[in-house]
Write a protein that binds this ligand. Sequence first.
Ligand code: NAP
Length: 305
Amino acid sequence: MHIGWIGTGVMGRSMAGHLLDAGHTLFIFNRTREKAAALVERGAVWCDSPADVAATCHVVFTMVGYPADLRDVALGSMGLLSTMQPDGLLIDCTTSSPALAVEIAKAAATKGIASLDAPVSGGDVGARNATLSIMVGGEKAAFDRAMPYFEKLGKTIVLQGPAGSGQHTKMVNQILIASGMVAVCEGLIYARACGLDPERVLQSVSGGAAGSWSLTNYAPRMLKGDLAPGFYVEHFLKDMKIALDAADEMKLCLPGLGLAKQLYTMLAAMGGSRNGTQSLIKVLEAMSGMSGPGNLTDSKSAPRG
Ligand code: NAP
C-alpha cells in the first residue's frame, strides 16, 4: 500500500518508520530534507512537496509542528488537497486547533476526501515504541479505514466524535499534563531542600497515588539535568495557548492551566524554548533560589510572539 507522510521530526520519523517496517511503500516530504534522510535510506521515497505526495498516495499522514504549518501542508497552493484524488484519506497527527481540523475536514469533503484529526500522546518514547494514545475526530467510516495504520503506531485508539473532537481531547490531555508538570517540579525541589535523596523518593512515590506518566518519564530526566527534547517547550506553549483560547470561547476559568502557561512563558524567556518540557524545573529552582544540573538552550533563534 502506498502511504504518504509529511513531517519527519522527533515524532514523525519514528511513526513513519513503523509503517515502513509494516511493509508499506512510504512517500515522504519534510521542510528540511536532511531530517528525512534516515527514512530514505531505509527505502522511503522522497517527494518535493505535499502535492507530490498526495498525487501518488490515497492515504496521507501529517505530523508537523504548528497549526500554520498544517494549514500550509493541507490547504496551501502546493498542499495535499491540491492534488489528492476523491476517496483519499487525510490523517493529521499534529497537535493543532480544533477549529482548523473542522476547516480541513470541510475543505476535504468538498473534494470527496475524508479527513481525521488524530493527535497523539505518549511522547518521543511512545512514538519509538509504538505505544501512543491516538485521539481521533472524524467520520466512523474513515476511522475504520485508518485503524490498520493506527494499530502500527499506538495502543490506545479511540474515536471521540466528529471533526475537531480529537484535538479537543488532546487539549484535555495537555490541561492535565500542564498542572502535573508543575507538581513534579515542586515535589523534586521540596525533596532536595529537606535533604532527602530525590531518586529514592521517586522509588516510593512513583508507584503510589501520586504516580503519573510525567513523574515516571520526566522526573528522572530532571534529576540527571537532561533537558533535551522530547517534547519542545515551544510546542507545549502552542498547545496551552490553543487550550486557553478554546476555554476563553467557552467562558471557562482554568487557573491551573493559566499558571502553568505563565511559568513556561518564563522558561522560554530564560532561553528554554527548544529544550524539553522537563526543563520547567529550572524556573521552579530559580524561584526558590536553588540551582541544579543542566543548561538551557540558547533561544536566540527561537520564535517570540
Ligand atoms: P518537530 O521535531 O519539530 O517535527 C515537526 C516536523 O514537521 C519538522 O521536521 C518540520 O520540519 C516539519 N514541518 C513543519 N512545517 C512543515 C511544512 N510546512 N512542510 C513540511 N514539513 C514541515 O516536532 P515533534 O516533536 O515531532 O512534534 C510534532 C507535533 O506533535 C507537534 O504539533 C507537537 O506538539 C506534537 N506532539 C509532540 C510530542 C513529543 O513528545 N515530541 C508528543 C505528542 C505530540 P523542519 O525539519 O524543517 O523543522
